[in-house]
Design a protein. Structure first.
Ligand SMILES: Cc1cc2nc3c(=O)[nH]c(=O)nc-3n(C[C@H](O)[C@H](O)[C@H](O)COP(=O)(O)OP(=O)(O)OC[C@H]3O[C@@H](n4cnc5c(N)ncnc54)[C@H](O)[C@@H]3O)c2cc1C
Length: 399
């Protein structure tokens, strides 16, 4: 059976080039239609690749702006930048993720949650999206919004449990985009503003495929919660020390290691990878997600084989990475910066163990994130004013 999302950069690149012609006005006009039977023709379906940076935001913007002006492709570029914005916002408020993760680890067996996840509610549209998510590892943005709204306001289930269901099944499951989007639907992210799914809207944008009519609760009030936590300063990018025996470490948040190699001037001793898809949730993460992440990591290791040097372990175990670093006599391990989420917590425990062995872990942040994240202090409206500069810098660099 052919895979819907082959975990390879070549696949990501060919999807990108096929989508570029549709990324201008066509995208703005068609992006809200949820049409799985037609293969979601109006959206890019690049999210599993962007999430793991088999393809970067920078590359996507560059390809699109090579074809259209920023004003023609504004909507698509903005959507790509939503991802960057959410990452920056959460990076400055990591306790939002920690609170969510705590809540999820205390979740108890609840038959209502189990039947919602199994697509066994009375709402046929909701059931269809639950099954599509489990079967494909993907859902259209509008379907995610409707699904989350029905989960919270019609079924009355905790938003965190729904977000966890997404994290366990979405190939693009992302701590920032997922948690903050669920909070946005619930009315917690923009306090007092929630998203209510309506039958007429579902019917229009599914071209009549679904029409849940009276079953939806359209009168619900937004959820309320504590105010947003104080912002913490962004963690700075690390600095590679010249002259040290260096190994590279990949992880699921960034599988395009070219920028790391540019940061390391001395020859490196080899590369390993730390896998953490199973840390997305205390519950069982789908095999599709584990397969995608593992194979995408393999793809990165293979593509860069010549420059990464001899291959170390590709493993979920920090101990094995430490053993490898010791056996190679490493003095420093250089990795892409891991933003708040499972990879960052894997790196945190690895850092302690490496420290114990006298080896430094250096996380390098990409220029794109360094330039964009400081603008994620407030809402997207303010952030989006920085987009023209962000993408014009990009064009200057490419030239
Ligand atoms: C409840 C809920 C949960 C979500 N969970 C995730 C998640 O775990 N991971 C994730 O990547 N996105 C998430 N999103 C955002 C969005 O739904 C997906 O990024 C998008 O549907 C991916 O499909 P695409 O690649 O075809 O998008 P396109 O419309 O083709 O957009 C191109 C790219 O822009 C980015 N993007 C588009 N819309 C958004 C958005 N609203 N927020 C952030 N980035 C966006 C994605 O990287 C996407 O690949 C969630 C949205 C909601 C409402």
């Amino acid at each position: 059976m052919s895979e819907l999302f082959p975990p390879k950069r070549l696949e990501a690149l060919s999807r990108l080039s096929a989508f570029v012609p549709k990324s201008g006005r066509d995208y703005a006009a068609g992006r809200n239609y949820d049409l799985p039977d037609q293969g979601h023709p109006h959206v890019s379906q690049l999210s599993p690749y962007l999430r793991h940076r088999l393809l970067t935001e920078e590359e996507v913007c560059e390809a699109v702006l090579g074809r259209y002006s920023l004003s023609t492709a504004e909507k698509f570029i903005q959507e790509v930048c939503w991802r960057t914005y959410w990452k920056g916002w959460l990076e400055m408020r990591p306790s939002v993720w920690a609170d969510y993760a705590n809540f999820v680890s205390g979740l108890e067996h609840d038959p209502k949650i189990i039947s919602a996840e199994a697509g066994e509610t009375e709402i046929e549209a909701f059931n269809a999206w639950a099954l599509e998510l489990v079967e494909t590892g993907y859902l259209h943005n509008h379907a995610r919004m409707w699904f989350a709204s029905i989960w919270i306001f019609t079924l009355g289930l905790p938003w965190q449990a729904g977000a966890d269901f997404f994290m366990r099944h979405l190939l693009d499951g992302d701590p920032a985009s997922n948690t903050l989007s669920w909070r946005w639907v619930a009315g917690l992210q923009t306090p007092g503003k929630h998203y209510i799914a309506r039958s007429s809207n579902i019917s229009k944008y599914t071209e009549g495929r679904h029409n849940p009519e009276w079953r939806l609760n359209t009168q619900a009030e937004p959820l309320s919660g504590p105010p947003h936590p104080e912002r913490r300063p962004l963690r700075p990018s690390g600095e590679v020390q010249a002259g040290l025996r260096t190994g590279l470490l990949l992880h699921e948040d960034d599988l395009a290691p070219g920028f790391l190699l540019d940061a390391v001037t001395d020859p490196t001793v080899g590369a390993a990878a730390l896998l953490s898809p199973d840390r997305r949730s205390p519950g069982p993460v789908s095999e599709k997600v584990s397969h995608f992440v593992t194979q995408a990591t393999e793809d990165a290791m293979t593509r860069w084989q010549d420059r990464l040097g001899p291959r170390g372990p590709v493993t979920a175990s920090a101990e094995q990475i430490v053993d490898w670093a010791r056996a190679e006599g490493l003095e420093q391990v250089v990795a892409p910066y891991a933003p708040v989420g499972p990879a960052a917590s894997s790196l945190r425990s690895l850092r302690k163990q490496l420290d114990g062995a006298g080896i430094t872990l250096v996380e390098i942040c990409r220029d794109w994130d360094i330039a964009a994240w400081p603008h994620a202090t407030h809402g997207f409206f303010r952030f989006k004013k920085a987009i023209p500069d962000l993408v014009s810098n990009l064009a200057r660099k490419a030239a």
